[in-house]
Design a protein around this ligand. Structure first.
Ligand code: CA
Length: 227
């Protein structure tokens, strides 16, 4: 989407400048950063999409993605991978990133991937920051969840999991997909961890209020009900 803000985190100046040049020519707002910490800050503050090199100084691309997921920032990520073993990890985590591109890549290919991801996700900043699902309200700016206007206290991971589910109403999400989006890379638990967190969400959000928000899909995962 033209006008969207793209943050490009890449420490190789030649690649960074080339990518920025092509994206800017397409009408995107662009910002280049050189290390993982700057990538985190920019992703939290301004990015509609993050183009994220894995090999970055400071903290690497995997840590950046994991930290954003843990904080509940669901900014779409296009990973840049230089080596096969990095790529194995991206694929191994069933694309906690939205997509990936292997170096060397053509700027035209990267621009097309960025455009496709933005089309799928919409403009992150222009999306309503308070989402309403019947009696349930998720206030992304305040990181608050309310039912009938009353705050319900959630732990950070419960909040992130709810946000992932509610961002995809009516969509069947596998446990692996939920793990990739809500826990990010280097997840140490197993499928049961997802079940435990869904159970906690139900105990806090469904049972006391007589609501049915999340459906269990046996042998697969979960689906947030369309309100
Ligand atoms: Ca690099």
């Amino acid at each position: 989407m033209s006008g969207s803000q793209v943050v490009v985190a890449e420490d190789d100046e030649a690649i960074r400048e080339l990518v920025l040049h092509h994206l800017e020519r397409e009408g995107y707002g662009v910002l280049g950063v050189e290390d993982g910490y700057a990538a985190l800050r920019a992703a939290r503050d301004i990015a509609d999409i993050l183009v994220l090199d894995i090999g970055l100084p400071g903290i690497d691309g995997f840590d950046v993605a994991r930290t954003l997921a843990r904080e509940g920032h669901l900014v779409p990520i296009l990973m840049l991978s230089a080596r096969g073993d990095e790529l194995d990890r991206v694929i191994g985590f069933e694309l906690g990133a939205d997509d990936y591109v292997c170096k060397p890549f053509s700027p035209r290919e990267l621009t097309a991937r960025v455009r496709a991801i933005l089309r799928r996700n919409g403009d992150a900043r222009s999306r309503a920051k308070v989402r309403r699902f019947g009696r349930l309200e998720i206030d992304e700016d305040a990181r608050e969840v309310r039912i009938d206007g009353e705050n319900v206290a959630l732990k950070p991971r419960e909040y992130t999991l709810l946000l992932v589910l509610a961002s995809n109403p009516g969509v069947a999400l596998s446990r692996d997909r939920l793990i990739a989006r809500a826990w990010g890379f280097d997840f140490g638990g197993n499928d049961r961890t997802v079940d435990v967190h869904v159970r906690r969400l139900r105990a806090k959000l469904e049972e006391p209020f007589g609501l049915a928000l999340v459906e269990t899909l046996h042998g697969f995962g979960y689906r947030f009900r369309r309100p």
